[in-house]
Design a protein around this ligand. Structure first.
Ligand code: 6PG
Length: 232
């Protein structure tokens, strides 16, 4: 459910308020458990936030970052989610490999999805049954309500235990994608949804009404979510 919608007039406030929430949430999580897992979406909206997060003092040795969706491009391509998250966030932190879980398309798109599935199933096993896979998700959404690379027309995998799937879009940059599944995303304690631009105002309204049938609507009906919205 949406716990609050924070609308900001200045981009600076959009960034600082969302950063503040992440910092507080990570500390609160680490007061009750040893580790904190953060799922990170790609896209343009979280880019500056990731940059600031990469300069923020946190007990990073206890944090695992999971890049929740990827486009079928090389990690050195400017449109790669892993590439963007590496340069804005991970490179500043110098996190060891095992604390970053992502689909490295260097090994091939389908192979990367298989490897990602394996890593996430391992993460799942590390926690007790019933414990969520993620502690926090940082997401953007498209005007059509897609989140990660789950689009309104993306079918649900028949195998409910799957955590990663190949997806596709004909409307957005890079047709071939991979994404954690909706059931994996729903296994999160908390989400932050970052929406920017006047064209996303109607989505904020639909999500607030609880009527959206889109992936963003499904997520925000089930996972405690704070929406940050900046119109410019
Ligand atoms: C991706 C994403 C996707 C993104 C939205 C919003 O790789 O494209 O993970 O879900 O968050 O498309 O993108 P913008 O922030 O660029 O509007």
């Amino acid at each position: 459910m949406i716990t609050s919608i924070v609308q900001t007039k200045k981009e600076k406030d959009f960034l600082h308020q969302s950063l503040k929430m992440i910092v507080q949430y990570v500390h609160a999580t680490l007061e009750r458990q040893e580790t904190c897992r953060i799922g990170l979406a790609g896209g343009s909206t979280p880019k500056k936030l990731y940059h600031l997060l990469g300069k923020t003092h946190l007990p990073w040795e206890k944090i695992t970052l999971i890049v929740i969706d990827e486009r079928n491009v090389s990690p050195t391509d400017p449109r790669s989610n892993l590439g963007m998250i590496r340069s804005e966030l991970i490179s500043n932190l110098r996190l060891p490999e095992e604390q970053v879980i992502a689909s490295d398309t260097v090994r091939g798109y389908e192979e990367a999805a298989v490897a990602m599935e394996y890593r996430l199933q391992q993460l799942k096993k590390e926690r007790e049954d019933g414990e969520p896979l993620f502690d926090l998700l940082i997401l953007g959404a498209g005007v059509d309500g897609h989140i990660a690379s789950i689009f309104p027309q993306t079918p649900t995998p028949s195998d409910q235990s799957r955590l990663v799937m190949l997806t596709s879009t004909t409307e957005h940059d890079i047709f071939q994608r991979m994404s954690v599944t909706m059931s994996a995303l729903l296994s999160s304690r908390q989400a932050i949804l970052l929406l920017k631009g006047s064209e996303k105002r109607h989505l904020v309204q639909l999500l607030a009404d609880g009527t959206s049938k889109t992936p963003a609507g499904r997520l925000t009906r089930s996972v405690a979510t704070t929406v940050f919205y900046h119109a410019d």
